[in-house]
Ligand binder design. Structure first.
Ligand code: CAA
Length: 260
C-alpha cells in the first residue's frame, strides 16, 4: 500500500523494522484498512532481505482495543463468512516468517490481544491489559483467541478470560506465560527494539528455522516435531553462516553472518 495512514513504518536500527499502529483516537481499533496496511507491511518486510526482525507496537494508551466494533456493527453472517480479505490478513500475520516482537502498552483486547499473540515475543509495559472481551458483545474471539490463548496460558486461564471477558494485567500475563517480559511503560518499546537488535545480529537462516521449529511445538505431535527439528538442525550444516559461526568461536572473534 502506497500511503498507509493506519500504520507508521520506520527503520530504527539496522535489520529492524518498526510498525506502529496509528489510530490513536480509536485506541487502534483494527478496521479493515489497518488490517490491510499491516498485512502489506509484513509482506514487504518478509520479502526484504535487509529486514531481519519486525517490532510491532501501538501507543501509550493502547496496543489495539480489538476489531473495530463500529465497522462491524451492521455486518451479516454471510458478510462475515465471506470476509476472505480479513482472513488473508490474519494469515499474513501468523505466517510471517521472520521474528516479530510486540511491544504492548495499554489495552490489548480482542483482536488486539490476538494480534499480539501473532508475535513471537511480547514485551509489555506495566499497566498493559490483555483480554478477550468479545463475550460482552455477544461474540467469541474470531482471530485465534480461543486457540492461541489456550496454548499460551492453558485452559484454566483461557476459559476465565474468554468466558468472563475480564482483562488481566501484565504481571498476570507474565505469570501465565502470555508475555516474555515486563518493562516500565516508557521503556517497553526500547526493550523490544533491544531484543530485536540482538536477534537481527544472528544468522538469519538459523533464526528463521528456529522460529519455525518452536512454532511446530504447538502444531505437531512430539515425535514428528522432534524429527522435524533434527532435519532443520541438519539443514543448517549446509549454510555459510554455520561455518562462520563455528570458525568465529574457535578463532575467538565476533561472527559476521551473511544470510547464506
Ligand atoms: N472499536 C471501535 N472503536 C473503539 C474500540 C473498538 N474496539 N475501542 C475503543 N474505541 C473508540 C471508542 O468508541 C472511543 O471513540 P469516541 O471517542 O469516538 O467515542 C475511543 O475509542 C476511546 O475509547 P473509550 O472512550 O471507550 O475509552 P475508555 O478508556 O473509556 O475505555 C476500553 C477503553 C475499555 C478499551 C473501551 O474502549 C472498550 O471496551 N473497547 C472495546 C474493547 C472490545 O470489546 N474489543 C473487542 C472487539 S471484538 C474483536 O476484537 C473480535 C475479534 O476477535 C477479531
Amino acid at each position: 500500500m502506497n500511503n498507509p495512514t493506519d500504520i507508521l513504518v520506520e527503520n530504527p536500527k539496522p535489520g529492524v523494522r518498526l510498525v506502529r499502529l496509528n489510530r490513536p483516537a480509536a485506541l487502534n481499533a483494527l478496521r479493515g484498512r489497518l488490517l490491510e496496511e499491516l498485512a502489506a507491511a509484513l509482506t514487504e518486510a518478509g520479502e526484504d532481505d535487509a529486514v531481519r526482525v519486525v517490532v510491532l507496537t501501538g501507543n501509550d494508551r493502547a496496543f489495539a482495543a480489538g476489531a473495530d466494533i463500529k465497522e462491524m456493527a451492521d455486518r451479516t453472517v454471510a458478510e462475515v463468512l465471506g470476509m476472505d480479505r480479513r482472513a488473508a490478513c490474519w494469515l499474513a500475520y501468523r505466517r510471517f516468517p521472520k521474528p516479530m516482537i510486540a511491544a504492548v502498552n495499554g489495552f490489548a483486547l480482542g483482536g488486539g490481544c490476538e494480534l499480539a499473540m501473532c508475535a513471537d515475543i511480547i514485551v509489555a509495559g506495566e499497566g498493559a491489559r490483555f483480554g478477550q472481551p468479545e463475550v460482552n458483545l455477544g461474540l467469541i474471539p474470531g482471530a485465534g483467541g480461543t486457540q492461541r490463548l489456550t496454548r499460551a496460558v492453558g485452559k484454566a486461564m483461557a476459559m476465565k478470560m474468554v468466558l468472563t471477558g475480564e482483562t488481566i494485567d501484565a504481571r498476570a500475563a507474565l505469570a501465565a506465560g502470555l508475555i516474555a517480559e515486563i518493562a516500565p511503560p516508557e521503556l517497553a518499546l526500547d526493550r523490544a527494539l533491544e531484543l530485536a537488535e540482538l536477534i537481527a545480529a544472528k544468522a538469519p537462516i538459523a533464526v528463521r528455522l528456529a522460529k519455525e521449529a518452536v512454532l511446530k511445538a504447538a502444531e505437531m505431535p512430539l515425535e514428528a516435531a522432534l524429527d522435524h527439528e533434527r532435519k532443520l538442525f541438519a539443514l543448517l550444516f549446509a549454510t555459510e553462516d554455520r561455518r562462520e559461526g563455528v570458525a568465529a568461536f574457535i578463532e575467538k572473534r565476533k561472527p559476521s553472518f551473511v544470510g547464506r
